[in-house]
Design a protein around this ligand. Structure first.
Ligand code: FMN
Length: 341
């Protein structure tokens, strides 16, 4: 299944620009970023159906996996349709990360990714995420431990580091390559910046120029033109899109069309609602109706941004209790918008 837009059907044929992470081949250079609380299986399926070549899981706790915590294990849930899948792990203990990576591999992950970029207080306190960029020796131990036990490709995702020059990112990238890491994703903001200011794409270019393994550029891509500009300015092998893909998987089909010289096409109202229906169905399949409805109360608003009377719709879904209720609301909302067109 894919998501055609009104006048530009999305073409799934192999495209000119491809990329590869060790043995895993991607047929276009678009990647859906790991997003905690967001890039669960249903959201990843939407990205995939819009043509995204590689999807990342939310960050998953290595400790949680090794303890066998049921909620954490459930985060590994996947289907054949979304493959290839990169499972992202966070942690600071080499043995636990190595064990967790084996669990991810056994569960069917195609790639294991280690988080070196999360700058949330709780993660930093546990010496995980971006905290690891301050301790290159420990970072090397972690990567060696994971590399030595898994057979699938290993990637890392990092920030600029703790100061803006990018020296820490460059050192980490080189160490990673020497340790057998197969690709690096770079979000060029410092840990202190969180999401403030803008991403310094020049660092992606510098890292790309000095490594032999693929570099995935990330940060502030809001449309297909941004994605093409990042590739042109940095030479990165692929673009990773996060916030702009939340509720808008069409950014992937737009990007692929744009990179191949095709016009982006106008996303129709019907196409937007088909994506929402798919999301609702995938959430119910994956979580069960009760939990899915509870979760969807706050998440459906992502998909209706910019539509007329979106806030009224958001208010209406705030107390839904069944899938039937959601479908009814969606049908009424879609009919209303179409009647206004
Ligand atoms: C809500 C949210 C959750 C995120 N969760 C993760 C995560 O689990 N792992 C990770 O490496 N990065 C995470 N990030 C960072 C994104 O993957 C990405 O690097 C960042 O948003 C910049 O890309 P963008 O400008 O395309 O959004 C998260 C970002 C946001 C906004």
């Amino acid at each position: 299944m894919n998501y055609p837009t009104s006048d530009t059907p999305f073409d799934h044929s192999p495209l000119e620009r491809t990329f590869r992470i060790a043995g895993v081949a991607m047929n276009n250079p678009t990647v859906f970023a790991p997003l905690a609380g967001i890039s669960h299986l249903p959201m990843r399926l939407l990205a995939k159906r819009a043509g995204c070549a590689l999807v990342y899981s939310e960050m998953i706790s290595a400790s949680g996996l090794t303890y066998g915590a049921a909620k954490t294990i459930r985060m590994l849930a996947s289907t054949a349709e979304e493959k290839p899948l990169a499972v992202q792990l966070f942690g600071s203990d080499p043995e636990k990360l190595a064990r967790a990576a084996q669990i991810a591999e056994t569960s069917g992950a195609d790639i294991v990714d280690i988080n070196f970029g999360c700058a949330v207080k709780k993660i930093l306190k546990s010496n995980s995420g971006a905290a690891l960029m301050r301790d290159p020796q420990h970072a090397a131990k972690l990567l060696q431990a994971v590399r030595s036990v898994i057979h699938i490709p290993l990637t890392i995702k990092m920030r600029t580091g703790w100061e803006p020059s990018g020296t820490q990112a460059m050192a980490l990238a080189h160490m990673a390559e020497a340790t057998g890491v197969d690709a690096v994703a770079v979000h060029p903001r410092t840990a202190q910046q969180a999401f403030r200011g803008s991403a310094d794409w020049s660092l992606i270019g510098r890292i790309k120029d000095s490594l032999n393994i693929p570099v995935i550029g990330n940060g502030d891509i809001t449309c297909a033109e941004d994605a093409a500009r990042m590739i042109a300015e940095t030479g990165c092998d692929a673009v990773m899109i996060g916030r702009a893909a939340i509720g808008n998987p069409f950014i992937f089909s737009d990007t692929i069309n744009h990179l191949n010289g095709r016009p982006p096409g106008q996303v129709t109202v019907v196409a937007r609602f088909r994506v929402i229906d798919d999301y609702v169905n995938a959430c119910v399949d994956s979580l069960g109706e009760r939990s899915a409805c509870f979760m969807l109360r706050s998440k459906l608003g992502w998909f209706t941004k910019g539509l007329p009377h979106a806030s009224r719709f958001r208010n209406a879904v705030r107390c839904v209790e069944s899938k039937a209720q959601i479908i009814e609301l969606l049908e009424a909302y879609q009919a209303f918008i179409l009647s206004e067109e």
